[in-house]
Design a protein around this ligand. Structure first.
Ligand SMILES: C[S@@+](CC[C@H](N)C(=O)[O-])C[C@H]1O[C@@H](n2cnc3c(N)ncnc32)[C@H](O)[C@@H]1O
Length: 193
């Protein structure tokens, strides 16, 4: 199961109508493949199918008032920008308990994929750690396709065993991944739906 299958399952389960993708690239994924009545896509590099050719920061600055029930975040993979994308996306989500954000690259297979400069899966995993330690969002990291973090507007039991600075260490995260990332298998995800 990959990110597209997960998005499709979420659309089917919750009958989503408005979809936003951050980081569309060539359109393979949500933007071309997800069947919803309304879609917007953001992509910083021109030439692809996205209807908003700009940075995610510019989009979130200029389009206040737009609402989506499913947002897929797969743009800049640095810790700083991926965290910012989530925080900026929150007001764009219809505040319905069923609405979702899906974040790709949340659990890379090894440290070699977790590049600090955002290369490969970057440090998106740190954004998930940050949110698990500090926010009242319901977060599960599905252990497939480089990790897909599923976020909803519900409560979660915060991870409080150690301070955030300690949790942001790769080896610490690996050691506590079940609890800290709220890591689940694909089967467990399907059972939650
Ligand atoms: C990993 S690719 C996306 C792939 C696509 N979502 C998929 O599932 O196949 C990341 C894309 O995000 C774009 N991107 C990077 N930083 C961005 C930003 N700040 N705002 C918008 N797009 C960005 C890149 O140009 C690239 O095309």
């Amino acid at each position: 199961m990959d990110r597209i299958d997960i998005l499709k399952l979420l659309v089917k389960k919750y009958q989503y109508e408005r979809f936003l993708e951050v980081g569309v690239r060539g359109g393979y994924c949500g933007y071309n493949d997800i069947d919803v009545p309304y879609k917007d896509g953001i992509e910083i590099t021109p030439g692809g199918p996205a209807n908003f050719v700009m940075s995610s920061d510019e989009f979130f600055e200029q389009n206040r008032g737009l609402k989506y029930d499913l947002i897929f975040i797969d743009g800049d993979h640095t810790y700083k920008q991926s965290y910012k994308d989530i925080i900026n996306a929150l007001p764009y989500i219809t505040h319905n308990l069923n609405s979702s954000i899906l974040m790709h690259d949340a659990f890379p297979p090894s440290k070699a994929y977790a590049k600090e400069d955002g290369g490969s899966s970057g440090e998106v995993w740190k954004t998930i750690v940050h949110l698990r330690c500090t926010t009242n969002l319901k977060i599960y990291t599905i252990d497939t396709d480089y990790g897909c973090a599923w976020i909803q507007f519900d409560k979660q039991e915060l991870y409080t065993k150690d301070p955030l600075e300690i949790c942001l260490d790769w080896d610490y995260m690996q050691m506590h991944k079940k609890e800290l990332m709220h890591l689940i298998t694909v089967k467990e995800f399907k059972n939650l739906l």
